[in-house]
Design a binder for this molecule. Structure first.
Ligand SMILES: *[C@@H]1O[C@H](CO)[C@@H](O)[C@H](O)[C@H]1NC(C)=O
Length: 449
């Protein structure tokens, strides 16, 4: 990065002052995005309207992603596309480590407008990164009162990366890039608070059905699902942790992780403690390894090898029924007919992630049958956790299947993560948002400010 005359810390302080003054009176607004589960890849795909004229763009949701990136090589047409100039505040806040173009004489305070801010666009499915120019272009998303979709918001400029078509490899059919919802200055939550005044809260409600979409709320509750249940209420909260070292495939030096980490303190199966090495549960601040993050990219929760083995052992110990042949990537499989069905899925021992709490509280993320077991065929159910190997970057990666039909609220402003636990207990699901007939279809003629 070009030499910095004004320390980054000062910029951050100024930015935080700006944010705290702009949120002095909490804005009780929210917006929404539909999320569809792709059958072939199990990716969660959303739809954002971008460009002038507006075009609906399918993007794979990466909860920990740094920013939105799209394929600009193939059919990107827009009259409002502008480069993000290097040596500007936003470029510095993105933790970019490179500039591209004519950077002669560019310096903070005197940016050369032909010098473009460059960053790393990361495809978390193929685990490849490419250098990419950051740009700004307008997007619009739908307002909501929390009960139903509202009008589209006035299009506003949002930072995104312009990648080559080749970076799309591994993404679901029709997808044109990544929707990065991570904990960073150019990711969706921070961009939306500046551009659309939506508080930095993400209410993630992933549907388990490939036929009915789930929803991502952005902003304050209520988040209402049919039949009239506000799932933003009665959440269990655990502190949102940060990891000072990037956990993306590649990064610039000094870039913190944009993934959302939480503190799992212990794991229980059927109420009994699973013996694990607690050191693996901590984030190592030196190298960024360890700890627990939430992912919308991993379809199933991935556990460091020794944690995985201990969990499987405890599960098999408490579910003493005959197993059937394993189905990769899973190891413990059962005949569906040998398990009773309950309101919250197959009747199996609960798996409990005991979380860090405040004032001695120990909130638990409880994984019951619908979220622990995966139907690999009509007749076979397998324990839906996978072995993450011996030295993974992150010890526990909570994957999509385990949070489907749960509301998980990432509350950046209050540095906490809220869990509803299975919405099946409340007799609703994430497919129960009342999209009516407008679900992500039209690009919206109506606008509100
Ligand atoms: C690069 O930018 C500098 C400063 O604006 C300018 O003087 C120079 O002509 C530019 N070079 C090219 C090749 O455009």
């Amino acid at each position: 990065m070009a030499s910095t005359h004004i320390p980054l810390s000062l910029f951050l302080t100024l930015l935080l002052l700006f944010i705290s003054s702009s949120t002095a009176q909490p804005v009780k607004r929210r917006a929404l995005l539909p999320v569809t589960k792709d059958a072939a890849t199990k990716q969660y795909v959303t739809l954002i309207n971008q460009r002038t004229p507006l075009v609906p763009i399918k993007l794979t949701v990466d909860l920990g992603g740094r920013f939105i990136w799209v394929d600009c090589q193939n059919g990107y047409v827009s009259s409002t596309l502008t480069p993000l100039i290097c040596d500007t505040l936003l470029c510095r806040l993105s933790h970019s480590g490179a500039c591209d173009g004519n950077c002669t004489g560019s310096s903070p305070g005197h940016p050369n407008k032909d010098c473009t801010c460059s960053h790393l666009a990361y495809n978390p499915v193929s685990r490849t990164s490419t250098g990419t120019r950051l740009n700004e272009d307008v997007i619009t998303i739908q307002d909501t009162d929390g009960l139903k979709p509202g009008p589209y918001l006035k299009p506003s400029k949002v930072v995104f990366g312009c990648a080559d078509t080749s970076l799309l490899k591994g993404l679901a059919k029709g997808v044109k890039g990544i929707a990065g919802f991570g904990n960073g200055y150019v990711a969706i939550p921070n961009q939306l608070i500046f551009r659309f005044s939506r508080p930095r809260k993400i209410g993630l409600c992933l549907s388990s059905s490939i036929n009915s979409p789930g929803v991502i709320f952005i902003g304050e509750g209520p988040y209402v699902l049919l039949p009239n249940i506000d799932v933003s209420k009665n959440l269990l909260y655990t502190p949102l942790l940060t990891n000072p070292i990037s956990t993306a495939g590649s990064s610039f030096g000094g870039e913190p992780s944009t993934d959302y980490f939480i503190g799992v303190k212990s794991i229980k199966v059927n109420g009994d403690l699973v013996p694990i090495n607690n050191l693996l549960l901590e984030i190592n601040e030196e190298n960024g390894q360890g700890g627990t993050k939430i992912s919308t990219i991993d379809p199933h929760t991935k556990l460091e090898s020794s944690i995985y083995k201990a969990l499987v052992k405890a599960f098999v110990h408490s579910l003493t029924i005959p197993r059937v042949k394993k189905v990769a990537p899973f190891e413990m499989c059962y005949k569906s007919s040998s398990l009773p069905s309950t309101r919250v899925g197959p009747g199996v021992p609960n798996i409990e992630f005991v979380l860090q709490g405040k004032n001695g509280e120990t909130p638990s993320f409880i994984i019951s049958g619908a979220n622990s077991m995966v139907a690999v065929t009509d007749e076979v159910l397998c324990l839906g956790f996978v072995n993450g190997g011996e030295n993974p970057t992150t010890s526990i990666v909570i994957g999509g299947h385990q949070i489907e039909d749960n509301l998980v609220q990432i509350d950046i402003d209050n540095k906490r993560v809220g869990f509803s636990n299975s919405l099946l207990f409340q007799q609703t699901t994430c497919a129960n948002f009342n999209f009516g007939s407008t679900q992500g279809q039209d690009v919206g003629g109506r606008e509100i400010v």
